[in-house]
Design a protein around this ligand. Sequence first.
Ligand code: ADP
Ligand code: 5GP
Length: 204
Amino acid sequence: MILLITGPSGAGKSTFITRLKQLDPRLEFSISTTTRPIRDGEIDGRDYDFTVEAEFLKLRDQGAFVEWAKVHGNYYGTRCDQIDRMSAEGKIPMLDIDVQGGLQVLDLFGTTGPDLVSVFLFPPSWEELERRLTHRGTDRPEVIADRLQTARSEVKQAGKYRYWIINDDVEEAVGRMRAVIQAEECRSEAFSSLPLPDEGQDGP
Ligand code: ADP
Ligand code: 5GP
């Protein structure tokens, strides 16, 4: 399973993902590569792999990314080797990526490959989104204005995602996400065989 999580900047995706990871150790955050300048409090290799544009474009041309996009003027991409490693270790990768990247992943894994659980995370209102972006204190007013404008077009693509979760109270939103994961794990297609031994093999 892969969790694809998209939502406007400031909707609370990082907060939501951090909490999910605390509650379920099988979930692992896919660390994206970006050319965005590092913010105060961020750690290279934990929040993102920060790089320069020339290096990003070289990786892109080598086919190192499952998907990539230019978001708010900076490049962001998901490394294939990260997803492969997590899947090999039995982890569930969580991708925090924008709509452009999300649509690429939906195209890639939508019909074949690992089960893709796509989730669009909404803020409870536009006012609250602006409040969260301002309150976070990481972006200049003009950057916030750009993110709010992008958010308006991003939500228009939300219909392409299988689940919608409103991040009003974070614990409640996380609870809904965990319910979705449990339901997905109970789908008959999620089992590779019957969860009972073949008749005559094990019993008396
Ligand atoms: P994103 O990763 O989507 O850009 P963040 O996780 O950085 O968003 O959250 C943006 C701001 O909103 C942060 O200051 C965070 O602490 C706050 N926040 C996140 N979720 C909630 C919530 N459910 N209620 C109130 N504030 C929240
Ligand atoms: P931020 O700069 O606020 O961390 O992220 C800005 C936007 O980039 C968010 O919408 C986030 O989901 C998106 N993003 C982060 N990593 C990736 C990635 O690897 N690929 C794509 N397409 N978008 C990403």
